[in-house]
Write a protein that binds this ligand. Structure first.
Ligand SMILES: [Mg+2]
Length: 135
């Protein structure tokens, strides 16, 4: 399974990669703009990501705006909602408003930091993606 980890904190990003890289093919993006570019490039190459882990507080474009852009790009390309990339927010923000806004923008899961390996795989399993990993 192809995973894009979007996280501006270098240590956080490395940690998530370490948790996932044995079981998934991981790319990293360090800000929102880079994330959108990587998402679009993967679609154009015919190798779309299966899963995005998306931080919210990032420079350039925040995670919720990345999510909205991703869903708009999918709509423009005629990708039906159930075939779109799965998106799990990974953030320190646990305000009800932010969580609601994320789900309204059609994220599929929400993990409040600190990120733990077990929690990542619980979410992957709950989205029905575990069989696409090497686990
Ligand atoms: Mg951040």
């Amino acid at each position: 399974m192809r995973v894009l980890i979007v996280e501006d904190d270098f240590i956080g990003s490395r940690l998530m990669k370490k948790f996932l890289e044995a079981d998934c093919f991981c790319h990293l993006a360090f800000d929102g703009r880079e994330a959108i570019d990587a998402f679009e490039a993967a679609l154009k190459e015919g190798k779309p990501y299966d899963l995005l882990f998306l931080d919210i507080m990032m420079p350039e474009v925040n995670g919720i705006d990345v999510l909205k852009t991703v869903r708009t790009i999918e709509e423009q390309r005629g990708i039906p909602p159930d075939k779109g990339v799965k998106v799990i927010m990974t953030t320190a923000m646990n305000d009800a408003d932010v969580i609601m806004e994320s789900f309204n923008a059609r994220c599929d899961g929400y993990i409040v930091k600190p990120v733990r390996k077990e929690k990542l795989f619980e979410e992957i399993e709950s989205l029905g993606l575990l069989s696409q990993t090497n686990r």
